[in-house]
Write a protein that binds this ligand. Structure first.
Ligand SMILES: CC(C)(COP(=O)(O)OP(=O)(O)OC[C@H]1O[C@@H](n2cnc3c(N)ncnc32)[C@H](O)[C@@H]1OP(=O)(O)O)[C@@H](O)C(=O)NCCC(=O)NCCS
Length: 153
């Protein structure tokens, strides 16, 4: 990692009362953000959802589904003001540790072909493209495919 963390953050499980702050970051980071219901459903479903904070400020968050020996990354976001300082990598390594502890052998994710930062992060961690889902995401005009990536943990 060439980026130097500005401060060391702490990780805490995402709680229903965090969703307001999470949603504010989500809406600032994506043209097609998750809804409040997406986050609420993730929590009620028992997904592994984490907030990463520095002195109370929400730097980023992630949501991961753990099923048997597979981990599926559903959302990872770093607040725009905090991007490109190594926090995306840090959050990913936090998830890798949790997934391994849970017994996961592989992590899967979907990413837009147009998402340069997401693909850059996953490539830097050694994720490999294993497929494509046609018309997976909403887009400005019509739909956008998803690139499916996987990493052996
Ligand atoms: C993707 C995201 C989580 C990366 O978080 P980040 O904290 O900015 O990433 P890091 O600083 O840890 O970067 C780690 C590596 O990822 C790659 N990377 C990150 N942002 C990149 C960009 N904009 N372009 C190219 N590569 C990038 C680089 O290899 C980088 O290492 P380097 O800085 O030493 O070159 C962040 O950009 C983000 O939240 N984007 C909006 C939401 C999103 O697209 N999430 C992923 C959905 S699939």
């Amino acid at each position: 990692m060439s980026a130097v963390l500005r401060s060391v953050p702490n990780f805490e499980p995402m709680q229903p009362e965090d969703i307001g702050a999470v949603l504010a970051v989500e809406q600032s980071a994506y043209p097609f953000p998750w809804s409040r219901a997406n986050f609420a459903d993730s929590l009620t479903s028992g997904y592994s959802a984490w907030c990463c904070r520095i002195e109370g400020e929400l730097v980023g968050y992630a949501v991961m589904m753990l099923v048997l020996d597979e981990a599926h990354l559903l959302n990872i976001t770093v607040a725009p003001d905090w991007q490109r300082h190594g926090y995306g990598l840090l959050i990913m390594h936090h998830l890798f540790g949790l997934a391994r502890t849970h017994g996961a052998k592989r992590m899967f994710l979907e990413v837009r072909p147009s998402n340069v930062s997401g693909q850059g992060l996953y490539n830097s961690l050694g994720f490999e493209t294993i497929g494509r889902r046609r018309g997976y995401y909403p887009a400005g005009e019509g739909r956008e495919d998803a690139v499916v990536m996987a990493l052996t943990l």
